[in-house]
Design a protein around this ligand. Sequence first.
Ligand code: HEC
Length: 169
Amino acid sequence: MKLIQLVIIAAVAASFALAMASVAHASSAGKPASPIYGVTIPDGYRQWQLIAPAQEAAPLDELRAVLGNAIAIKAYRDGTLPFPDGTVLAKLAWRHVPSLEFEPASIPGAATTVQFMVKDSKKYAATGGWGFGRFVDGKPTDEAQHRSCYACHQARVKNHDLVFTRFAP
Ligand code: HEC
């Protein structure tokens, strides 16, 4: 009788541990990830510091802001190049609309894309150490778009570790 009770307790404990493990797994994984790179939207990125704003003319006609995590901001401050592993850069973009309250002012309209560059020199060795992710409404866009990221960044800013944005004081 005692032995049977022990076996039952052990079985219950084991299945509980398994259930908890799968819950923990589900909360860290399972986030929508970009094709090719597997980049996900980092928690809390909207609280990161501003590196610089940007703007693109029509047809996109967007206002943008490039933000960085703590490792990125430190690298900018110290002038560290290449950016260290753990650097994450975020580019937020919105439609560019005139202010209703003051016509000459331009303000952000609807959000368009959120894009990330994640530095991991081993994992992303084939693409200059950077992994890329572009998201619309929290979902990654297609693979063809993700093929263009490295191509453009490496063609234009190879001499700045594939990063366009300079710190705006
Ligand atoms: C045709 C060129 C081009 C392509 C393709 C491109 N980018 Fe960029 N990217 C830029 C430019 C230019 C900037 C500088 C900020 C701005 O003007 O918007 C930039 C900035 C960024 C930044 C901020 C860091 C930096 O380099 O300044 C991130 C993050 C980023 N892009 C991610 C991506 C992702 C992800 C993709 C692919 C889905 C992508 N980019 C494709 C041109 C490009």
